[in-house]
Design a binder for this molecule. Structure first.
Ligand code: ATP
Ligand code: ZN
Length: 292
């Protein structure tokens, strides 16, 4: 899209649904300034050469693969199901879920071939077919476009194959996951053709860098603590920093201050170990951006 001589790339995000809010928040926190999308089909960023299109998430992989837009934010599950050719640029760390085959809790399903002869309802027909073929299971696939989890209680199918995050909806319908096909999260994807067009590729790279540094920062905390000098080596070994932690001597000569970053995932474990090793005055703060 070219307006007033300025060339913009286009990104597709979900118009409404589970991905919408987090996708927009990500773009905003990456420093992009754009008008509220409400009632609009597309908006233009004020401070970055990017137009944002609001579409159904199922359309995003195809829009990207066909070059209608250059990049998109969508769940990996939709990409796997649609089997389109797009380039994954960055995992985004939200909308975690997994695709599972689930059966009524009374079913005794131990191995995939125990599904032989059963009817499985799903909207992930391609993913399920591949899984059944790979595991040599002869089951019937019932294609549904939504509310798959009620299929067994309506006698439309015996089991289902659907995405879950906490599994709450399945439990309510008395279903238990038996086999996991794959894990999924939201990802930033690009049209391989756009990546071969120099001006587009440059903008995509700038956008990806911003998003990656934001995602990395969200995963990481900045930790400051005081430690007895003789415990420093032990403490440093416990905090795997970006490079190596900063050690600052304190006025009290037997103490030093240690500054470092810690990944959110191992955060509490590291803090507990640090306390045991004699760390005091532990301060933890979020990191806004992390450029590595
Ligand atoms: P649209 O109207 O845009 O087609 P939709 O109903 O198909 O929306 P949503 O329910 O908003 O899609 O889900 C979008 C994505 O959110 C899924 O593709 C998946 O990647 C992710 N997701 C995360 N957790 C769950 C969950 N518990 N159930 C379903 N999808 C989930
Ligand atoms: Zn959808």
């Amino acid at each position: 899209m070219k307006i007033n001589g300025q060339k913009n790339i286009k990104i597709a995000v979900q118009q409404k649904g589970r991905l919408n809010e987090k996708s927009l928040e990500l773009l905003e926190q990456a420093g992009l300034d754009f008008e509220s999308y409400k009632r609009k089909l597309y908006t233009r960023c004020r401070n970055f050469p990017l137009d944002i299109l609001y579409v159904r998430d199922d359309d995003i992989p195809e829009y990207v693969a066909d070059g209608i837009v250059d990049v998109g934010i969508v769940g990996e599950d939709v990409i796997y199901e649609q089997q389109v050719k797009v380039k994954q640029l960055a995992p985004l760390n939200f909308s975690y879920c997994s695709l599972n085959i689930a059966c009524p809790s009374g079913f005794k399903i131990k191995k995939p071939t125990d599904l032989n002869g059963l009817k499985i309802a799903t909207s992930y027909v391609n993913c399920l077919r591949k899984y059944l073929q790979k595991n040599k299971v002869k089951a019937e696939i019932i294609e549904l476009s939504g509310s798959v989890e009620v299929a067994p209680s309506l006698d439309v199918a015996d089991c289902i194959c659907d995405v879950i995050s906490t599994g709450g909806t399945m439990r309510i319908n008395d279903l238990a996951p038996v086999f996991k096909l794959f894990d999924s999260q939201a990802v930033l994807i690009a049209d391989p053709k756009s990546l071969k067009t120099k001006w587009k590729q440059e903008i995509i790279e700038r956008l990806t860098m911003r998003i990656k540094s934001l995602v990395q920062a969200r995963k990481t905390k900045y930790v400051m603590l005081n430690a007895p000098r003789q415990a420093v080596d032990k403490i440093i070994a416990m905090i795997p920093g970006v490079d190596s932690p900063t050690i600052v001597p304190l006025a009290k000569s037997d103490m030093v201050a240690v500054h470092s970053v810690v990944e959110e995932e191992i955060f509490w474990e590291v803090i507990e170990n640090l306390k045991k090793a004699g760390a005091t005055g532990i301060l933890v703060s979020p990191i806004e951006k992390m450029i590595i």
